[in-house]
Design a protein around this ligand. Structure first.
Ligand SMILES: Cc1cc2nc3c(=O)[nH]c(=O)nc-3n(C[C@H](O)[C@H](O)[C@H](O)COP(=O)(O)OP(=O)(O)OC[C@H]3O[C@@H](n4cnc5c(N)ncnc54)[C@H](O)[C@@H]3O)c2cc1C
Length: 373
């Protein structure tokens, strides 16, 4: 990165952080998170409506398309607080779909879809495939032109909230090149969605089979912008996952410190033992580093090249910070840390999901090597 200032915090970020902190804490206490684990939808639709009314879905969309006209940097504090309270829902998937549309859509598509997405229409991304490659240009699903329609085939995995999303942004291979298609869920035949059993039970993830699904040719996003859209979505997703992981790490550390200062063993609070005290300090230092990288990445997000470097550092750091904090939380809760009843498992599951979406720490560092060396 260049030597100019590489970290900053906007007034809008500060305001959104304050509002989101209170909102998420009030709307998503741990009892609620646990009750939604059993719920098929996985989130509270009334809270979704409230978030739409607060304008959170419009934050990073230009005013001409019904948005507020800020950037993805301003979405970061909101997602950070959602991560902190493990609030479930299609906020990130909808935000990412809007960003894909913004960068890759035609003018007509942007006029048609973005105002609705700002107002609360739910959307998701169908980019992952069974081959498991994090390279989003490695696409095996196909689209074939048949007159005025596109006929899709192939399977997508980890399509979050596919059951309740109104729109799906799907990557396909069209005439040998990656392309993006917007699919309205209403055109998907019965039996297309299959719920996946995933490690993070706060999420709803689906496998979607597109074999034989036909959409009008107008559903194709601008082919000349596909690469830019995929790069943008990859980085946006990594940034927002970093925010979610930082929020979760803060909460996990607070939760564990609380226990270390409460539980007594051998006549002393267990937090007084160095074997527990020192690692929790390490977890806190890791979290502070990750959060600094997160806001540095948010600040640099739109800077060509620098945004990518900062974002990949943030994702690698946040992944390791949450993973370590969550792992220690289980150990420090002693004989019951591994059980379902202990909230420590929720953070560990969250860390395993978030780290492995859009590239784990080793993948991010390999990408950084290409950028920095
Ligand atoms: C909540 C909880 C539940 C557990 N449940 C189980 C279980 O079910 N089964 C199991 O096998 N294990 C269990 N363990 C783990 C087991 O208690 C630990 O493995 C064991 O206490 C570790 O001993 P240690 O000597 O490594 O460290 P410590 O327990 O930290 O003890 C080190 C010793 O050194 C002393 N000491 C520390 N710092 C200093 C210092 N600066 N100067 C002088 N003395 C010092 C301490 O007072 C202590 O006497 C549990 C641990 C916890 C916290």
């Amino acid at each position: 990165m260049s030597k100019k200032a590489t970290i900053g915090f906007s007034e809008e970020q500060a305001q959104l952080l304050e509002v989101a902190t209170t909102f998420c804490r009030d709307k998503s206490p741990i009892e609620k998170v646990r009750s939604l684990l059993e719920n098929e939808r996985g989130y509270d639709d009334a809270i979704w409506t409230e978030m739409a009314e607060l304008g959170w879905l419009a934050i990073a969309v230009p005013e001409e398309f019904g948005g507020i006209g800020l950037g993805v940097a301003e979405v970061v504090p909101v997602v950070e607080q959602m991560g902190r309270t493990m609030m479930a829902g299609p906020f990130v998937s909808t935000t990412l779909a809007a960003q894909a549309m913004l960068v890759g859509g035609t003018d007509e598509q942007k006029q048609k879809y973005l105002p609705d997405l700002c107002a609360g229409t739910k959307a998701t991304l169908a980019l992952s495939e069974p081959h498991g490659d994090w390279d989003l240009t490695h696409v095996e699903c196909t689209a074939e032109r048949l007159g005025d329609t596109l006929k899709l085939s192939g399977r997508k995995t980890f399509v979050e909230n596919a059951d309740t999303a109104d729109l799906l942004l799907v990557s396909v291979s069209l005439e040998g090149a990656p392309a993006l298609v917007v699919v309205e869920r209403s055109v998907l035949p019965e039996g297309t969605l299959r719920r996946e059993v995933v490690i993070d039970e706060t999420r709803r993830s689906y496998q979607v089979t597109f074999d034989g699904v036909e959409v009008p040719a107008s559903a194709l996003l601008d082919p000349s912008k596909t690469t830019a859209a995929l790069v943008h979505v990859d980085l946006c997703a990594s940034l927002l996952l970093s925010a979610e992981m930082c929020g979760a790490a803060a909460s996990c550390i607070d939760y564990t410190v609380d226990y270390l200062q409460t539980r007594k063993q051998f006549g002393k609070k267990i937090g007084s033992y160095q074997a527990l005290k020192h690692p929790i300090v390490d977890a806190h230092v890791g979290y502070e580093q990750a959060r600094s990288h997160l806001y540095c990445a948010a600040f640099n997000f739109t800077q060509q090249g620098e945004g990518e470097v900062a974002t990949r550092i943030a994702k690698a750091q946040a992944g390791e910070a949450l993973s370590y904090a969550a792992d220690r939380a289980i150990q420090f809760h002693g004989g019951f840390g591994f059980t379902y009843d202990c909230d420590a498992q929720l953070y560990r599951r969250r860390s395993l999901w978030c780290e492995n979406q859009f590239g784990d720490s080793a993948y991010q560092r390999a990408k950084l090597a290409e950028l920095l060396l």
